[in-house]
Design a protein around this ligand. Structure first.
Ligand SMILES: Nc1ncnc2c1ncn2[C@@H]1O[C@H](COP(=O)(O)OP(=O)(O)OP(=O)(O)O)[C@@H](O)[C@H]1O
Length: 298
């Protein structure tokens, strides 16, 4: 079931189109990573989904609920911007009191739980908190507000490694309870362990939206230890084998990046009498690099 569907979104900033025909489907209970280079349009997309920035074209639907931008929409689809938006002259308790008034489904227990997990001091004005503590407070409010969809814009920014782990645990629990998360990040290994889907956005266009399991299954890297250093001609021949996306050689170890089944390249390699062949799933960073450099990916 979809928690949020966007169709044909276009956004212009001045003369520039910064989102182009963006279609997005966030399944309920899923964690989707929103990935892409600086300036690719991630924050803009999140602001549109949150109902803060009206698109120039396109539609948004969240279940059978409310017009995008309405108060009811904003109570259900909540954005935590980079750095966290907090009331600098108020402490955490005042934020929670405000949350209880503004959000009909406010869950005080969940907000306090998240604040404790993220080590947010409850009695200090938000303006005096550190970057990470401020982000923790913004996240505690988001987890407490009873929204069905959370849009987290680089939520790990400013958090130390321990707090990043706690944030990941809180996000995973939110999704396991049926909540839906769209999370932008530039830290790919972290996202890889947390998200179940990824959307790659570059220059305002979605280049790929896929389940991470499907991406892992669709591409892999073979690590091949050869008895001798491979001549350049043999390397060129391997490059032509169907399914081979890229090759690199480090001494006698050959790395073959595959975008499909390994059968063809294994057959081609057999004449080289490899000493060892190991297949590893392709890391997300590789798919990211391929897509962002227009080399194509699974
Ligand atoms: N208020 C604005 N006025 C004009 N252009 C803007 C405005 N906000 C964003 N842009 C432009 O829109 C494009 C997308 O910006 P956006 O902030 O959405 O990117 P991003 O993917 O979130 O980047 P980052 O990873 O650096 O946070 C950029 O070229 C940016 O310069």
């Amino acid at each position: 079931m979809s928690a949020l569907i966007a169709q044909g979104l276009h956004v212009r900033r001045g003369a520039r189109e910064v989102l182009r025909d963006v279609n997005l489907d966030l399944p309920a209970g899923s964690i989707t990573a929103l990935l892409g280079p600086n300036g690719g349009g991630k924050t803009t997309l999140m602001r549109v989904l949150a109902g803060i920035l009206p698109p120039h074209a396109g539609t948004l639907r969240a279940g059978d609920r409310h017009a995008a931008g309405s108060i009811a929409w904003r109570q259900q689809v909540v954005l935590v911007p980079t750095g966290g938006a907090v009331m600098t002259s108020e402490d955490a308790r005042a934020h929670f009191t405000f949350g209880a008034r503004a959000y009909p489904a406010w869950d005080a227990g969940r907000a306090l739980e998240a604040a404790a997990a993220l080590h947010v001091p409850l009695d200090r004005r938000a303006g005096t908190l550190s970057t990470g503590q401020r982000m923790g407070l913004a996240l505690a409010c988001a987890f407490g507000c009873g929204a069905s969809v959370l849009l987290l814009d680089e939520p790990g920014n400013g958090l130390d490694p321990e707090h990043r782990d706690r944030l990941s645990a809180a996000v995973a629990t939110f999704a396991a309870d049926g909540g839906t998360v769209l999370l932008s990040s530039h830290v790919l290994p972290e996202v890889e362990g947390l998200a179940d889907r990824a959307v790659f956005l570059k220059a305002g266009e979605i280049r790929l939206a896929a389940d991470l399991d499907d991406l892992r299954a669709a591409s892999s890297t073979l690590q091949v230890v050869l008895p001798d250093v491979l001549p350049a001609r043999a390397l060129d021949e391997l490059r032509q084998v169907e399914g081979v996306r890229d090759l690199s050689l480090e001494g006698r170890t050959l790395y073959v990046h595959l975008g499909g089944p390994a059968d063809g390249v294994l057959a081609a390699l057999s004449s080289l009498r490899p000493l060892d062949v190991q297949a590893r799933p392709c890391p997300l960073s590789r798919t990211y690099a391929d897509l962002m450099n227009d080399r194509g990916a699974a």
